[in-house]
Design a protein around this ligand. Structure first.
Ligand code: GAL
Length: 388
């Protein structure tokens, strides 16, 4: 293990094939993504894992019971692909499942956990997403995640363990102890505003469980998809979002400490998409080394606002605060933050110097309160510094 950056210290950042490509994956796509990670600045921004999701294998194991990569999609084999990704200074991720089959019907790792972990290590895998379909009913999911965690931790290679049980069985109550580095807390995201909003609202009271070495994964990002997916459920028939909605989505995932796994086709990313995904001020908040969850505050006057209008405050390592003003409602709102509510009484004489993390500019120094007007489905994220 690299002692300088232990696995899972901060939320993972990378790209995953599922949201856009589902079954239509191949080694050239993975190589293209790796190349773009370098040439377009994703690696410099912190993205490192390139993850192949479901549909990479043959439908049967080989005569020794090993998983086999589909030779049409991956003719050079997984080891060669991992080598390609590693040569770029990036990390390589793959996918399997707790059950007898993956969700798309390929072989799962049930009763092959230790064998598969060794194979993944041999192939040079650095990240394993572990899904929840076809789990035999008589066995608890909790036990299955403990089992694969043990297999991965003893396979001879550092492999980040990304559990994906969609938030079933109150996963947040036991997943940290199981050894997983991140855990999906929700059902599948869709490339649609309502999905982003509902996933967010479902996790607002779970922020106390996320943190270093075991991060609440609110699912892969849909930023930049614009409805472009060959999965009807995720995108193509659903419609996509506006750039402002993608910006709000990225802000929520960043400040709530979710892994940032890109789900769009970065080969065709437009400038708006790149500006969102490569926003270094938001990424710095997400990757803050203490890895604290964010707490929620209702804007004043509290009786006036619905639950989809709120502020999130994340305490950062250097004493700054990241503060997001989120308006997930359908009409413009003023979100008034009283500094008293974040531990800053007027009598202290201390003000906040605010920096806008989307416009990348200083907003000035404020005392006692700050009350931005935020359009519908939009947000303002500031980094606040205490000043005398
Ligand atoms: C789902 C999972 C998705 C994707 C898909 C593959 O269960 O939540 O993120 O991995 O399976 O079939």
């Amino acid at each position: 293990m690299n002692p300088n950056k232990p696995l899972g210290l901060t939320p993972s950042m990378g790209w995953n094939s599922w949201n856009t490509f589902t079954w239509d994956i191949n080694e050239q796509l993975v190589r293209d993504v790796a190349d773009l990670f370098i040439s377009e600045g994703y690696k410099d921004a912190g993205y490192e894992y390139i993850v192949i999701d479901d549909c990479w294998s043959l439908k049967e194991r080989d005569e020794n019971g090993n998983l086999k990569a589909d030779p049409i999609k991956f003719p050079s084999g997984m080891r060669a692909l991992a080598d390609y990704v590693h040569a770029k200074g990036l990390k390589f991720g793959m996918y399997s499942c707790v059950g007898t089959h993956t969700c798309a019907g390929y072989p799962g790792s049930f009763e092959h956990e230790f064998q598969d972990a060794l194979l993944f290590a041999e192939w040079g895998v650095d990240f394993l997403k572990y899904d929840f379909c076809f789990k035999p009913r008589h066995i608890s999911g909790e036990l299955m995640y403990k089992r694969m965690s043990l297999a991965l931790k003893n396979c001879g290679r550092d492999i980040l363990f990304s559990a994906c049980n969609w938030g079933e069985d109150n996963v947040y109550q036991w997943i940290r102890e199981s050894g997983a580095h991140m855990y999906r807390s929700t059902g599948d995201i869709q490339d649609h505003w309502d999905s982003i909003k509902n996933l967010t609202l479902s996790q607002l009271d779970k922020e106390c469980y996320t943190g270093s070495f075991c991060h609440n994964d609110m699912d892969m990002l849909v930023v930049g998809m614009y409805g472009g997916s060959n999965n009807d459920f995720i995108g193509s028939k659903i419609g996509g979002c506006s750039d402002n909605e993608y910006k709000t989505h990225f802000s929520l995932w960043s400040i709530m400490g979710s892994p940032l796994m890109i789900g769009c086709d970065i080969r065709n990313a437009n400038q708006a998409t790149k500006d969102i995904l490569l926003n270094h001020d938001l990424i710095a908040i997400n990757q803050d080394i203490e890895g604290r969850g964010a707490y929620r505050i209702k804007p004043e006057p509290q009786w006036f606002h619905s639950d989809d209008v709120f502020m999130l405050v994340k305490v950062l390592t250097n004493g700054d605060l990241a503060i997001g003003f989120f308006n997930l409602s359908d009409s413009q709102r003023e979100l008034s933050l009283q500094f008293w509510d974040i531990g800053l009484p007027y009598a202290s004489g201390i003000s906040l110097s605010l920096y806008d993390c989307w416009e990348h500019k200083e907003l000035g120094v404020y005392k006692e309160r700050f009350s931005p007007v935020v359009p519908a489905h939009d947000c303002l994220v500031v980094r606040a510094k205490l000043v005398n």
